[in-house]
Design a binder for this molecule. Structure first.
Ligand code: NAI
Length: 319
């Protein structure tokens, strides 16, 4: 394994998300140490990363300026967490979404790290105030929530604990930029952070409309993939408002009453009943049967689409 002047990053948990982070950090020239409670997981991760990077190179989609072999030489497995964190600048925790397990890992890290390293969690929805409660190094703790698959979807939500130091947020923000991700600062912790709150608002209304027979499951999905989603890959909902009139103030003058009228017709939180779930499932299975082969093939197709979209975005949006 090569050492890197850029610094060393430790990944705790070498599953799906840990592997993606490892590839991203190596693409930015960082030395990466993979740790996992299961030694076999580390071996699987190293093998999987090698395969994946070779495929990316063939597709012309490998990130960063280093060659595949240079990037691979930066990544290694480490059987001991204590050894792994020695001299690290950033630790990215990627163990399963279980508060008690994550708290145990952070307590362990808290007892062995110095005052400089950043302790970051990939959690999708656990609150920093619960995750990092009582840690001596709480100022160095932050949530950096990626979006699956992180190699193709650049967003990372940075969510601080109330006692996280501003420098921790700034350093993590800079690190994410350095590896080509797009960090956003969530100013205060909030259940679901930002991405999942938006996603759940969409799921909620989608579910209600299908349940009430207003639209079929497959047509509902087309409204997003062929309508709203076409814009949202490039501009967000607020800029959409700004552009759809003569600026935001003009949009609000023209449309806020209609928006409020429609919003008042939104129903309660759906129950996600078995009956509706079966109806939606039937609709989904017409396109993608829910056996492992079809689901895996569709996920691969999705990832290829995202890879091409990422290329297109890099061409139309110079950094
Ligand atoms: P995963 O199940 O694929 O990987 C978890 C890894 O952690 C496994 O290799 C497991 O052996 C290891 N592990 C378990 N206990 C451990 C311990 N005590 N010490 C060290 N390693 C341990 O999980 P995945 O999907 O990679 O998720 C990891 C985190 O990332 C979760 O918090 C999840 O919410 C978050 N996340 C997941 C996304 C997804 O779509 N899968 C998206 C964004 C965030």
């Amino acid at each position: 394994m090569a050492s890197s002047a850029a610094g060393c990053v430790v990944i705790v948990g070498s599953g799906l998300i840990g592997r993606s982070w490892a590839m991203l950090f190596a693409s930015g020239g960082f030395e990466v140490k993979l740790y996992d409670i299961e030694q076999q997981q580390i071996r699987n991760a190293l093998e999987n990363i090698r395969k994946e990077m070779k495929l990316l190179e063939q597709a012309g989609s490998l990130k960063g300026s280093l060659s595949v072999e240079e990037q691979l030489s930066l990544i290694s497995g480490c059987p001991s967490i204590q050894e792994a964190v020695e001299g690290a600048m950033h630790i990215q925790e990627c163990v399963p979404e279980d508060l008690e397990l994550k708290k145990k890992i952070f307590a362990q890290l808290d007892s062995i790290v110095d005052d400089r390293v950043i302790l970051s969690s990939s959690t999708s929805c656990l609150m920093p105030s619960k995750l990092f409660a009582g840690l001596v190094h709480v100022k160095q703790c932050i949530v950096a929530h990626p979006v699956n698959p992180p190699y193709y979807v650049p967003l990372v939500e940075l969510v601080p604990h109330p006692e996280t130091a501003p420098t921790t947020v700034d350093r993590t923000h800079a690190l994410m930029k350095k590896i080509g991700q797009c960090p956003v600062r969530v100013q205060k912790e909030m259940d679901g952070f930002v991405l999942n709150r938006l996603q759940y608002a969409i799921i909620s209304e989608a579910w209600r409309m299908v349940e009430e027979g207003i639209v079929s499951p497959s047509d509902l999905d087309l409204v997003m993939s062929e309508g709203l989603g076409m814009r949202y890959a490039f501009i967000g909902p607020l800029e959409t408002m700004h552009l759809n009139a003569e600026g935001m103030l003009s949009y609000c003058d023209r449309y806020s009453e209609s928006i409020k009228r429609v919003l008042k017709t939104f129903g309660p939180i759906p129950e996600f009943s078995r009956a509706t779930a079966e109806k939606v499932n039937q609709g989904m299975c017409l396109k993608v049967p829910d056996d492992p082969e079809h689901l895996a093939a569709r996920r691969q197709w999705r990832d290829e689409c995202l890879m091409r979209l990422a290329k297109l975005k890099s061409q139309v949006q110079p950094q």
